[in-house]
Design a binder for this molecule. Structure first.
Ligand SMILES: *Cc1c(COP(=O)(O)O)cnc(C)c1O
Length: 964
């Protein structure tokens, strides 16, 4: 505002404030970048990039942007329509105390939540350590040999366990037994998975009925859903006699007091780690755990952290056994798990680190004592208890009074679990107090109940009333490792958390230009609502009139996503992109079945597809047929047509990514969709690259039938170091009747009875406010602008890098979409330097590497997103150009091929302080051109040895000594 004339209030109020904050490049930068790529305007860029036949000619019908304050106050109003009640519902979701030191320094801390999945271990040692602690905690408490670092939720973990049993069992049978005592939502997800895997589920009382069936595995729950500490040991023996494998769903809190399933011979032990300090959040996000016997470790799904060494021989952590994962094994992978709740697993492990075994045991004992006190009181008063063993859950038979009592509980702010007929369930947790118990007893027994809690407490102590059968009392140690016995003061804990955080590279340090992963800004205003109690403290199965605000927010977000995508309906259930793929393919299969075409079982997938695509197709028993790509990176349309025609009778679907994983808006996309429909197939469009489309084109309008949207990419949910995430799917109306509902809490607008894909009706509902706030604050104009700038940033980088590295694949007019791929193969041939060396060298320059070798081996895929400024783009390009000069020195022989700053990267403080005998200087090593001393990021370990780690697989915490 150069002119000094007075301005009106309207001018002084910056209504587009947030848009300017979210986007990196300012107005002047945009002009600079446009002229660098030889274009006049953003419109021209868009016209050259997006095919005309799909380009929208109207703006999105969304409200215009509102300020951060306005968005939050509107959301606060909605949140006020939720009721935070005292929950006794249980069923795998319990109130918990998030230790404030963890709440503020992990869950609310961008140093933790903006980190990426730890594929680059040298700059991820902090969260790798936290995840290793998680594995150690789960291994200890379950009594198993080895645990992974988290799955999406308990129900999908149970489904993964079922699949593992089938993979690992040589019996020919396709039948799997599920015990009656399993949570109903777990059973519901098992039904979906079993149906599409082609397994038969036998549901009944395992103790008496399993022996009558030949089954490859059995799932029991311990303690059972209605509270019993069931006698599972004979059952495990019986199953093993039948050569069936045994999966035990359990609760970590109970295992602090109960005999571990691993001691009884279980093959797989799984459950949710939610109550270890992660809020209920109306269903998530939370981490599930999964532990197996040693002999199953190579077929275990999910992320596994292992101990290895770096090139100096020092201990270093990394992700182990990657070769069993979808990005390598594709449709033969052990699962489609990619994003999987890392942040929440970290929180749960920190909860155990902070409390330690002694305090944790006290917490469990206190929960158990409260349960025992109430059980004793109810028995004395003649209330019929249906379980005579318990850890924290009681089932009461209330007869005709049931409804009246349930209602009076509601009136007192108490949620009971409603069970069939005349029963209710009660689960206790660490948030409950004596006052809560008194109120509960008033509701159950009447106000004049005259129960003396202190007297009953003494009675339980004196008589040893615990509800735990003597044979099931735990007598083995757990959490004996130093890490669980060192940080019990807040000062020590704070420093431990900070020490780990400081080892990790996150968006707080610099750009994370990962192709396909859209590591954009996770704005603080978007994150604030996640921990509001009105969102955090809601049970997923709370009565609907207590979740009005939540469901309105979700309905609004669904409406925004419908508008953005051009689909007709959204399902919010899937907890990750890969789960969205699964949910979408299930909807397609249900659709075909409904038309009497259930035999359609062929899925066409281009060779460039993300590994989760074929892995998800395999989970729906689809036969994957690969379609080739041409030299420009486009799907080979003739090959596509020929294969669609060849499989016309059995074509179920095609899975394509748009813009393609090659970073190009394929011109033929409309034709691809038409060919698919012509042969009776459905189009699944992987929406991971939606960031290039929002406001410019709509997949639902140019021929696609269903897509998932990675809300943790395009819509600002942070990656959390490998999850949380949300992968809702949008579908055209003909698929809408086939979206999942929920057996316990049916989803608004969905067909009741459609079995679920996730444990909770709306997946990880607690992080949906992030995307809601983002869209509110951007409005139609901001969303479009973000897309244009994402494309501009990518094309600018492509322009600057193309003089130094060949750029693979561009669209018809020489433009890329929102990411670009540079080819390292020619340089590798001439110098021996690989894409991995460049990735590691970038760490010395203060960057996270781009995506390595996907979708093409020997390349780097760069996605800057709209949130990175011109200055940061230039800093990255300068580093890449400087690295090219370094490579030339290797090529010319100035530096030996086996001793240069690239193959030795990354460099650490240890390099500075140890004997130096390399042909380049220490300054060149750690302060390469452009790095300022004050802003240097230090990797904490040198290049990690992957082969050593897989050969010598160790997935437990090493002793502290090994770090010295
Ligand atoms: C990220 C991604 C996925 C998988 O999403 P997750 O949330 O990690 O399961 C699928 N396809 C593509 C192209 C992706 O980039």
């Amino acid at each position: 505002m150069k002119n000094s004339a007075p301005h009106s209030l309207h001018t002084l109020e910056q209504h587009d404030d947030f848009i300017v904050r979210h986007n990196g490049p300012g107005e002047a930068d945009v002009q600079t970048m446009l002229s660098a790529i030889g274009l006049e305007s953003l419109d021209e860029l868009v016209q050259k990039t997006v095919p005309e036949n799909i380009l929208l000619d109207e703006p999105l019908a969304l409200e215009s942007a509102c300020s951060e304050q306005d968005a939050l106050s509107r959301l606060k109003e909605m949140a006020a329509d939720n009721t935070v009640a005292t929950s006794y519902i249980g069923m795998g979701y319990y109130d918990t105390v998030v230790p404030p030191v963890i709440l503020r320094n992990v869950l609310e801390n961008p140093g933790w939540y903006t980190a990426y999945t730890p594929y680059q271990p040298e700059i991820s040692q902090g969260r790798l350590e936290a995840l290793l602690n998680y594995q150690q905690m789960v291994t200890d408490l379950t009594g198993m040999d080895i645990a992974n670092a988290s799955l999406l939720d308990e129900a999908t973990a149970a489904a993964e366990a079922m699949a593992l049993c089938k993979r690992s069992n040589r019996l020919k049978t396709n039948a799997f037994f599920v015990d009656n005592a399993v949570h109903p939502q777990t059973l519901d997800v098992l039904k979906t998975r079993a149906h599409y895997f082609g397994y038969e589920l036998i549901i009944g009382d395992a103790a008496s009925e399993m022996k009558n069936h030949e089954v490859f595995g059995v799932l029991v729950q311990y303690p059972g859903t209605t509270g019993d500490v069931c006698d599972i040991e004979p059952l495990i023996e019986q199953a093993h006699e039948q050569k069936a494998l045994v999966c035990v769903a359990t609760d970590l809190m109970s295992l602090l007091l109960l005999k571990a399933p691993g001691e009884m011979g279980a093959d797989v032990v799984l459950g949710s780690a939610q109550r270890f300090g992660v809020p209920m959040g109306f269903g998530g996000p939370h981490a599930a755990f999964f532990a197996v016997r040693d002999k199953f470790k190579r077929t275990m799904p999910g992320r596994l952290i292992g101990v290895s060494v770096d090139n100096k021989g020092d201990t270093a952590l990394r992700m182990a056994l990657q070769t069993r994962e979808q990005h390598i094994r594709r449709d033969k992978a052990t699962s489609n798990i990619c994003t999987a709740q890392a942040l929440l697993a970290n929180m749960a492990s920190f909860y155990a680190v902070y409390h330690g075994p002694v305090r944790l045991k006290q917490i469990a004992q206190r929960i158990n004592r409260m349960t025992s006190v109430v059980a004793t009181a109810l028995k004395q008063k003649g209330v019929e208890l249906l379980n005579d063993t318990w850890f924290d859950t009681l089932t009461l038979k209330l007869g005709e009074q049931r409804n009246e009592i349930y209602q009076s509980a509601l009136a007192s702010g108490i949620n009971l679990r409603l069970l069939d007929d005349d029963k209710v369930g009660l689960s206790f947790d660490e948030r409950k107090t004596r006052a809560d118990l008194i109120l509960l007893l008033e509701v159950l027994l009447g106000e004049d109940h005259s129960v003396d809690i202190e007297a009953l407490d003494s009675e339980c102590v004196a008589e040893g009333i615990t509800g735990i059968p003597a044979a099931y009392v735990r007598d083995t140690d757990y959490l004996t490792h130093e890490v669980f016995n060192s940080y019990h003061s807040e000062t020590e804990m704070l420093r431990y958390l900070k020490r780990l955080e400081n080892k990790d590279f996150s968006l707080t340090h610099g750009m994370i230009p990962l192709g396909s992963c859209t590591m954009k800004l996770n704005a603080t205003s978007e994150m604030l609502p996640v921990t509001w109690p009105e969102f955090a403290d809601i049970h997923p199965f709370a009565p609907k009139d207590q979740t009005v605000g939540y469901r309105r927010m979700i309905a609004e977000l669904e409406a925004y996503l419908v508008e953005v995508t051009g689909y007709d309906e959204i399902s919010m259930q899937p907890n990750s992109g890969a789960q969205g793929e699964y949910a979408g393919l299930v909807a397609i299969s249900r659709y075909h079945e409904s038309r009497g075409e259930g035999h359609r079982n062929v899925c066409l997938i281009p060779s460039s597809a993300h590994g989760t695509n074929p892995a998800s197709a395999a989970m729906v028993s689809l036969k994957v047929v690969i379609v080739e790509c041409d030299e420009n990176g486009n799907v080979d349309i003739e090959d596509f047509r020929a294969k669609a025609e060849l499989h016309a009778d059995n074509l179920s679907s095609v899975m394509i990514t748009y813009p393609s994983t090659h970073g190009v808006f394929e011109e033929a996309v409309v034709e691809l969709c038409e060919i698919t429909h012509q042969y009776g197939g459905q189009v699944y469009m992987d929406g991971a690259n939606m960031n290039a489309q929002v406001g410019l084109c709509k997949p639902g309008k140019f021929g696609s039938d269903v897509s998932h949207l990675n809300l943790h990419k395009t819509f600002c949910i942070p990656h959390g170091g490998g999850g949380p995430g949300m992968g809702p799917i949008g579908v055209k109306s003909h698929l809408a009747p086939f979206l999942s509902s929920h057996v316990v809490s049916p989803v608004d607008d969905k067909v009741e009875g459609n079995s679920a894909v996730s444990a909770a009706p709306y997946g990880s509902a607690a992080i949906l406010p992030i995307s809601w706030v983002y869209i509110k604050q951007m409005g139609a104009e901001g969303m479009k602008r973000a897309t244009e700038l994402a494309i501009l940033n990518a094309n600018y980088m492509k322009q600057r890098l193309s003089d130094h590295y060949p750029v693979l694949f561009q669209g018809a007019n020489g433009c890329v979409a929102h990411e670009c791929i540079i080819d390292i193969r020619p340089l590798k041939a001439s110098s021996g330097i690989s894409e991995e060396d460049i990735a590691k060298r970038l760490m010395d320059y203060g960057f996270h590497a781009p995506t390595m070798s996907f979708p093409v081996a020997g390349t780097l895929m760069i996605e800057p997103t709209e949130s990175e400024s011109l200055a940061e783009l230039d800093r990255f390009c300068d580093a890449m150009i400087e690295i090219k000069q370094e490579i030339l020195k290797v090529e010319s022989g100035e530096w030996p091929a086996d001793d240069n700053p690239l193959v030795n990267a990354p460099h650490t403080l240890k390099d500075l302080t140890s004997q130096w005998d390399h042909p380049y200087t220490q300054v060149q090593a750690v302060f390469p051109k452009g790095i300022l001393h004050g802003s240097k990021y230090w990797p904490t370990v040198s290049r990690v040895d992957n082969v050593f780690g897989d050969r010598n697989l160790v997935c437990a915490c090493p002793s502290i000594d090994s770090y010295r």
